[in-house]
Design a binder for this molecule. Structure first.
Ligand SMILES: [Zn+2]
Length: 432
């Protein structure tokens, strides 16, 4: 169907002519009475449409939009106010009747056809949202797809201050409309605003427990007749008491909730909070002069290695305010998707010794070069062995403008730290 225009005034046609245009879209047809030029020529007063006609058009538009939503449309509609243009969005089967109704409204100042069409299209939303738990059947109570229908009813219920428990099944939907908590408070506080909308929902007896469709309950009752009881036994087993995330006695009563939080941070890293604007790249360099949100972020990440390794002190202090660090203390954070999974903290030091990386060899020499010195490297547990640590070391060396072999490492090095150091500087490292 292509766009179609019907002129209501005799030819010659111009911008002054009143017209009805018909523009099909994917889900609906836009039927528009355009009288803009006509109003300009005849003046707003002489050409005004009676208020009841504009009202009838509003009612029709609203009823028709509900129908289109029930067809599955999820977008928006846009239209203007006033009586210069009457825009309607119609399901395809009602286009001819709509044109007829608009013509009668414009030419005869008669809104009765608009009214009649609106009534024909109006959906029994009030009936659908009556109190009580029940089923609305597809093909009997409604025709739409049950999921679409439930979504539509939810939106309508919400509009009326109702909360809709519901479930769609292939044959229909189960619903139980209830007043929302806020609506109850509002009704108690401003009863005068609700005189024409009495509370029909609160007096319906509520069933206990999570709400389920009746069918399921009956099915469950039938099942319980022939179930056999679960059998219990006791066997010897020695699961871990302390968790590798560093939580002691992690599975005892007092650890519930607290351990999970710590474990999550340790295993998958720290979700990046919404107040952090990580502009680009996957490494962020944070210093004691960075904004407080960033300083706090580092302090949070620093908790993971502190707990895992049982340190008494954290490697990062938030600080009361942003201030420069005399030792150029800085943290590198590495992100993957929405998580921070790697953390390296370093500062500049000028006391170093040399180590061959052979566990039997002592530290030797005395070096007073100022070197970027790694205090700690940490990787979220699930990402270990994936070169996260070496990427952080590389970032540190690159931003200091020195080869990775010139960096200094904090002692004692963990076995994982030794492996990493051996990879970036196989002939020995500086330590502090
Ligand atoms: Zn744990």
């Amino acid at each position: 169907m292509a766009e179609d225009v019907i002129f209501l005034d005799p030819p010659p046609f111009s911008w002054r002519s009143r017209k009805i245009s018909i523009r099909p879209a994917r889900w609906y047809v836009v039927v528009e009475l355009d009288r803009d030029g006509y109003v300009d020529v005849h003046g707003p007063e002489a050409s005004a449409l009676p208020a009841e006609i504009v009202e009838a058009a509003d009612k029709l538009r609203s009823a028709a939009m509900d129908r289109i939503y029930l067809d599955g449309y999820t977008g928006n509609f846009l239209w203007g106010g006033g009586d210069r243009t009457i825009t309607l969005f119609m399901p395809f089967p009602y286009v001819d009747d709509t044109v007829d109704a608009l013509r009668s409204a414009e030419e005869e100042r008669n809104g009765s056809k608009l009214d009649a069409l609106a009534s024909r299209l109006a959906l029994p939303i009030g009936d659908w949202l009556l109190p009580g738990e029940r089923q609305l059947r597809r093909g009997v109570d409604f025709d739409a797809r049950p999921h679409t229908f439930l979504r539509f009813l939810r939106a309508k219920a919400h509009h009326q201050g109702l909360r809709l428990n519901g479930r769609a099944t292939p044959s229909g939907v189960w619903i139980r409309p209830q007043l929302s908590r806020i609506e109850k408070l509002s009704r108690a506080a401003f009863p005068e605003e609700y005189v024409d909308r009495p509370d029909r929902w609160s007096r319906v007896p509520q069933t206990d427990g999570p709400w389920r469709p009746l069918e399921d309950r009956i099915r469950d009752q039938g099942r319980s007749d022939d179930v056999s009881p679960v059998v219990f036994r006791q066997v010897k087993v020695r699961p871990t008491v302390d968790c590798p995330c560093g939580f002691r006695d992690a599975f005892a009563e007092f650890g519930i909730g607290r351990h999970e939080a710590q474990h999550e941070l340790w295993s998958i890293g720290l979700p990046i909070p919404g107040n952090i604007n990580w502009e680009h790249g996957n490494i962020a360099l944070v210093t004691p002069q960075s904004g407080v949100a960033w300083r706090r972020l580092v302090a949070k990440i620093a908790l993971a290695p502190k707990r895992e390794n049982g340190y008494d002190f954290t490697t990062w202090e938030v600080g009361d305010q942003a201030k420069p660090s005399l030792t150029n203390r800085r943290a590198y954070l590495l992100r993957f998707q929405r998580y921070i999974i790697g953390y390296l903290v370093a500062e500049d030091r000028d006391h170093h010794r040399r180590w061959t990386l052979d566990p039997d060899d002592p530290y030797t020499g005395d070096d007073s070069t100022t070197r970027p010195s790694i205090d700690l490297i940490w990787t979220a547990a699930v990402h270990r062995g994936k070169a996260v640590g070496s990427a952080l070391v590389q970032a540190l060396a690159e931003s200091a403008g020195c080869p990775q072999s010139e960096l200094s490492w904090s002692t004692p090095l963990s076995p994982a730290g030794q492996r990493l150091a051996r990879r970036v500087s196989p002939n020995g490292i500086w330590v502090h």
